[in-house]
Design a protein around this ligand. Structure first.
Ligand SMILES: C[S@@+](CC[C@H](N)C(=O)[O-])C[C@H]1O[C@@H](n2cnc3c(N)ncnc32)[C@H](O)[C@@H]1O
Length: 220
């Protein structure tokens, strides 16, 4: 299974009015570099902050925010054309503990500083060629960047249908010092409690693919 941003994103790239919608939406953090180290001030509370990197059209993070008002959620996505779909889903609904940032995660360590509790990596692009390994969001290249984001304990929760990416991520996370707290080779076979599906998850589960999940933690 491969989705290197070629399918959906190509089709979505030219969504009319995307820029205007993004600039006008109160969900968007446009001046995100101003908040480094104090993102909690945006939410006017001291609740933990969870981020999803590569949120796509936002089904997962929107539903997580609805179900968990005591957690602040920030979705990160690099394409306007995809973020705008999340804004369309929200319509006029107001979810005070939810924000979005349009950015490439390559620069994520310039954006957050010791303030994140959990990172979700859902159906990240697998980048199957070895020479693109550093582009995988669970590569050591990215794990190093994530270190300075976390407030205290470092926690990553990942889901994917891609066996190769899953195995690569397990090795990379464990090599980098993370411990596995929970791992599941087919979340639908095991009826994972409180699972919130993502768009890709629904699509690939409906096609009969097993959905893998791992939760890891690192204390240093
Ligand atoms: C395969 S989609 C999965 C979307 C969603 N998480 C889901 O499970 O339905 C991957 C998403 O990650 C975004 N993405 C990939 N690399 C990224 C990066 N370096 N920074 C921000 N977003 C990225 C892509 O634009 C795409 O929307």
């Amino acid at each position: 299974m491969c989705y290197n941003g070629v399918g959906d994103n190509m089709r979505l790239r030219n969504v009319r009015g995307a820029n205007e919608k993004i600039e006008d939406s109160s969900y968007m953090i446009l001046d995100y570099l101003e908040y480094r180290g104090h993102f909690q001030s945006l939410f006017a509370n001291n609740h933990p902050i969870h981020i999803e990197i590569g949120m796509g059209k936002g089904s997962f993070i929107i539903e997580k925010a609805r179900r968990n008002p005591d957690i602040n959620f920030i979705g990160i996505e690099k394409y306007d054309s995809v973020i705008v779909r999340a804004l369309d889903k929200l319509g006029k609904e107001s979810i005070p503990n939810l924000r979005f940032i349009r950015m490439d995660a390559e620069h994520i360590d310039d954006v957050f500083w010791k303030e994140i509790d959990t990172i979700y990596l859902n159906f990240s692009d697998p980048w199957p060629k070895n020479r693109h390994e550093n582009r995988r969001l669970s590569s050591i290249h990215f794990l190093q960047k994530y270190d300075s984001l976390f407030a205290e304990r470092k926690r990553i929760v990942m889901k994917t249908d891609n066996r190769h990416l899953f195995e690569f991520s397990l090795v990379s996370m464990v090599e980098y010092g993370y411990s596995i707290v929970d791992v599941c080779l087919d979340i639908y076979a095991e009826d994972l409690k409180d699972n919130v599906p993502t768009e890709y998850e629904t699509k690939f589960h409906n096609l009969g693919f097993p959905i893998y999940m791992v939760e890891v933690i690192k204390n240093k």
